[in-house]
Write a new protein. Structure first.
Length: 84
């Protein structure tokens, strides 16, 4: 199964870049019909993870994917599942 991975460690403090990268990875998954995207906001204080989840919860974004899975073994990882 093909998977895309987005690590946000490098841009954790650049809000505008985070949204742009999240949009880019969602668009790429749809364009290439990728079934799974792994987003790594890291553990930290949890603020970046909340930002990612808020982004994914926007109505126009939520319509693009099937479900979001928070990794129960690794707090700093989110999986976004797509149905094509």
């Amino acid at each position: 199964m093909a998977k895309l991975k987005l690590d946000l460690h490098e841009i954790y403090n650049k809000g505008y870049k985070i949204d742009a990268e999240l949009q880019r990875i969602v668009d790429e998954a749809i364009e290439k019909k990728i079934a799974l995207v792994e987003i790594i906001p890291g553990k930290g204080s949890g603020q970046l993870k909340k930002k990612v989840l808020r982004f994914l919860d926007q109505k126009h974004i939520r319509a693009l994917y099937h479900r979001v899975e928070k990794d129960d073994k690794n707090f700093g990882r989110i999986f976004v599942h797509f149905k094509h």
